[in-house]
Design a protein around this ligand. Structure first.
Ligand code: DNO
Length: 357
């Protein structure tokens, strides 16, 4: 298992590479170029510059999160071929820089969604939260405003203002796209890019929909074991993999995370693991919590044990943390609670390693 840490770049993160380097057990960062518009090719020189910066800090850059997929591909519009060609080139450029895994998602319009980015918890910390009863009464525009107002001034991943500016138009375009169509459009995309992945050795890792159900009537398909199975079977290529995100899939109580890890891990289809906890506050409502099992509703020991049992040798990262110790950071991505998360996950891993000997 290779433990990594997400970093948003020098100008867009309050955390430095030097700080990340000092977290015990971190081998590399999970990065991206954030200024390239969705759908365009990531320039090789910019990728190389990021790689150099990360390597100079004593860290590796082997995982990218995310190369986002243009809406025309998800919508299956005729213009998609141009964007798929760009994606293919992007894969080649990233492979040339030594990248091994690309995380992406196939969520229409919205990436991850929360109704509160700074929900106060009883210990005085804040965490992101999702309350389905609130979302039901919100319009998509209200959600976008709410997120923008509470994001501590940071541009959030997957919430590019330029794309969300065209919200009304985008939502209308999805009216003819149901789940089945979205599956077909994903298959078309994978058929277009996987040959380049095989040539270059890059593994694609689709991220689950977060939360894993339909929002505002938009289709969402990366939601449960059955759908994940359909996706991995769309192509037998080992490059057609998953980002197994415990917090996203875990928001649906019917998803048994350790069982999913064992199943897809045994197939060799989990190149990247996001590990975090959530605490249920209602049927489809929860707030995020510290990684520690007893702080939330998921059993992180069982999750790590499942990874250990399958001999997981892919990349892992702690996922969202709470805002603690007065840190002013991007929601979910502060230094302190994620660093505590890493240390806890590494502790579980060491115990599993030693108990297995
Ligand atoms: C949020 C993240 C997501 C994730 C993308 C992957 O914090 O988990 O934005 O990076 O969905 O494409």
């Amino acid at each position: 298992m290779k433990m990594t840490f997400r970093w948003f770049g020098e100008t867009d993160d309050n955390i430095t590479l030097g700080q990340i380097r000092q977290i015990p057990g971190i081998s590399g960062i999970v990065g991206a170029l954030y200024d390239v518009p969705v759908g365009e090719v990531w320039p090789e020189e910019e990728i190389m510059a990021l790689k150099k910066q990360v390597n100079d800090a004593g860290l590796s850059l082997e995982v990218i999160e995310s190369v986002n997929v243009h809406e025309d591909i998800k919508l299956g519009r005729p213009t998609r071929d141009r964007y798929i060609e760009n994606y293919r080139q992007c894969i080649r450029n990233l492979a040339a820089a030594g990248v091994k895994v690309i995380c992406y998602n196939f969520m229409p319009v919205f990436d991850w969604v929360r109704t509160d980015l700074a929900c106060p918890l009883s210990d005085g910390s804040c965490a992101m939260a999702y309350d389905n009863s609130l979302l039901k009464d919100m319009t998509p525009e209200e959600l976008v405003n709410r997120v923008a107002q509470t994001s501590n001034g940071f541009k959030l991943p997957g919430w590019e203002p330029e794309r969300l500016g065209a919200l009304k138009n985008l939502l209308e375009q999805y009216q003819g796209v149901d789940e089945e169509q979205l599956f077909q459009n994903l298959k078309y995309f994978l058929d277009g890019i996987l040959p380049v992945c095989e040539e270059t050795g890059i593994k694609m890792a689709i991220h689950p929909d977060d939360p894993p159900w339909s929002l505002f009537g938009l289709p969402r398909i990366v939601t449960c074991g059955k759908n994940l199975e359909r996706i991995v079977r769309m192509s037998d290529s080992p490059c057609n993999g998953l980002t197994l995100c415990s917090g996203s899939l875990g928001a649906n109580r019917a998803n048994d995370i350790p069982a999913l890890i064992r199943h897809f891990g045994a197939m060799g289809r989990i190149p990247f693991a996001h590990v975090r906890n959530i605490c249920f506050t209602g049927d489809r409502s929860y707030h995020e919590s510290a990684h520690l099992s007893s702080d939330g509703s998921l059993d992180l020991y069982q999750i790590m044990k499942a990874y250990h049992d399958i001999g997981f040798d892919g990349y892992m990262r702690p996922d969202h943390g709470r805002a603690i110790w007065s840190e002013k950071a991007r929601p979910g991505y502060g230094l302190y609670d994620r660093a505590l998360g890493v240390t806890y996950l590494n502790g579980l891993w060491e115990a599993l390693e030693k108990a297995g000997k």
